[in-house]
Design a protein around this ligand. Structure first.
Ligand code: NAD
Length: 511
């Protein structure tokens, strides 16, 4: 039996597709791969493909191709670059269902959730289509007599992005369309756990006829990341992933003199006030805590119930979360898909044990969900009541469908609990009180705030403004910040002696 399993595994390794990189406008096998990793469907354990862990030589090929493409791409008019993005938008929309199915198959989230992700991916391109407007500089005539001053924006150069597993379609597009729209060339390193959706996205990019080298895809893991941090041909680095790697990337890129933005992990609190509309609050909490099996950086993983809100909320919350259907996200009837891998499942189960050992009470236990594929990586919705802010399960990111409930006596204490977190990505409040909202919005130490909204992830046209350990850098992802990140400002002060207005002395002249 064991021998047959081994033979089957070997067959799978030789027959599943080995993914290529996309460099200089063509698909190429990795030439310096240390080894290959299996890409699996977390709902079934099926091996979908093999991904190379590319090496330094592959990254160097991509950097050379991106650098070579840079001068000519910058020469393309801003309007023509934007037209390429309009075309990209249309072609992504035409393949949106295929992209969504790819997201669900390799990452596990439900198909409805994957469709929403792909819609947000496309929205990023729509926002970047406005670059002829958003990339404009500013000018002021007559800063001195006959002297004008103007600031223009120019591309930064070769930009690279390193992305996580939980949004295989959207997160790479927090960067790619803005970077190339601003006249940069681009290298993407997708998550080695979910490389398939970006293969599709790059097929689409290939079809719009960008000059070779404008966009490049290098599959792999840590080796490629380390190369990105030190390669002198890369000017800017965008990172999204866990807090420890965000720190490593931020420090490494800054040390090498690169522009860098690093979005890290999170622990998001949902405050429920006694006057909250309970039915809608429960809906918001369930979507936030258990959507994508809790694997969103904006997932609400701690409910802070204020005073009598707790007793109104908890029984119904537990009942509704307990009724969620767990299984393969490709089926429309499923509410909660698998987590990314069996290793992630085991880590999450260990967190639940730890929470219980710390004194939290398991009031909904998802450790052994019934009726799921035993080869899949499933954890059911789990709720721990009587949690306290000092517990590790309340402080640290679990990144699974695990919700802790902490009680607070007042809004003031609830804000204190939220602000005690080292993370500051998002937080939400459920209440009908404008006064409570005003105080919460003003005092809370988190960068994205939802009011009666469980997942307050901003649309593409606003920046994704995490704070504290959830974000290292100055300029955030997407929205106006993206144009700031992907351009360098140049300020020109000028005067002309034959312009008809006799210029004054620039420094000493006063009116
Ligand atoms: P991860 O940090 O393990 O991996 C992210 C990327 O870094 C991947 O491309 C991976 O190949 C690379 N990487 C991993 N370990 C590395 C190492 N030691 N050295 C160099 N590179 C390394 O993150 P993940 O598990 O893929 O994604 C989940 C995490 O991402 C969660 O912590 C989540 O909160 C976070 N996230 C944050 C945001 C945000 O906006 N703040 C958005 C999405 C996800």
């Amino acid at each position: 039996m064991q021998q047959r399993d081994t033979e089957e595994a070997q067959m799978a390794t030789t027959t599943t597709k080995l993914l290529d990189n996309y460099i200089a406008g063509e698909w190429r096998p990795a030439r310096a791969a240390a080894d290959q990793l299996e890409v699996t469907n977390p709902a079934t354990g099926e091996v979908l493909a093999r991904v190379p862990r590319s090496g330094a030589a592959d990254l160097d090929d991509a950097v050379r191709s991106a650098r070579a493409a840079l001068p000519a791409w910058r020469e393309v008019s801003t309007i023509a670059r934007a037209r390429k993005l309009f075309e990209l938008r249309e072609r992504l929309a035409a393949r949106s269902e295929e992209l969504a199915r790819s997201v669900t198959t390799e990452m596990g989230k439900t198909i409805g959730d994957a469709r929403a992700e792909v819609a947000r991916m496309i929205e990023m391109v729509e926002c970047a289509c406005a670059i002829p407007t958003t990339m404009q500089g500013r000018i002021l005539e007559d800063v001195a007599r006959g002297v004008d001053c103007e600031t223009v924006r120019q591309p930064v150069g070769v930009c690279a992005a390193i992305v996580p597993f939980n949004f295989p379609a959207m997160v790479p597009f927090w960067f790619l369309p803005f970077a190339i729209g601003c006249g940069n060339t681009f290298i993407l390193k997708p998550s080695e756990q979910v490389p398939l959706t970006q293969q599709l996205a790059f097929e689409v990019l290939d079809s719009i006829g960008l000059p070779p080298g404008v966009v490049n895809l290098v599959n792999g893991g840590r080796e490629v990341v380390e190369g990105i941090l030190t390669h002198s041909g890369i000017d800017a680095v965008s990172f999204v992933g866990s807090a420890p790697v965000a720190e490593l990337v931020y420090e490494g890129a800054a040390r090498a003199g690169k522009r860098v933005q690093a979005l890290g992990g999170a622990k998001n609190h949902i405050v429920v006030m006694p006057d909250a509309v309970i039915e809608r609050t429960i809906e918001g909490i369930i979507g936030s805590a258990f959507g994508a099996a809790g694997q969103r950086c904006m997932a609400g993983s701690v409910v802070v119930s204020v005073a009598e809100a707790h007793d109104r909320l908890l029984p119904e919350l537990v009942a509704e979360a307990g009724a969620l259907r767990i299984g393969d996200g490709l089926s429309d009837s499923i509410d909660v898909g698998p987590v990314i891998s069996c290793a992630a499942r085991d880590r999450i189960l260990a967190w639940i044990e730890r929470g219980a050992a710390e004194g939290a009470r398991i009031v909904l236990d998802g450790r052994a969900p019934a009726g799921v594929d035993p080869q899949g990586a499933f954890v059911g919705p789990t709720i721990l009541d009587d949690a306290t802010p000092d517990m590790a399960i309340v402080r640290e990111e679990v990144f699974g469908p695990v919700l802790c409930v902490v009680r607070a006596d007042s809004l003031e204490q609830a804000i204190e609990f939220v602000n005690a977190s080292r993370f500051g990505n998002g937080t939400s409040i459920f209440t009908e009180s404008a006064a409570a909202v005003r105080r919460f919005r003003r005092e809370v130490q988190a960068g994205m705030v939802g009011v009666n909204i469980g997942v307050a992830a901003p649309v593409a046209f606003f920046p994704f403004t995490g704070w504290k350990d959830s974000f290292l850098g100055d300029l955030h992802a997407h929205g106006p910040d993206a144009v700031d990140f992907f351009t360098r400002k140049k300020t020109v002060t000028s005067r002309f002696f034959s312009s008809g207005q006799t210029p004054g002395s620039y420094f000493v002249e006063r009116p």
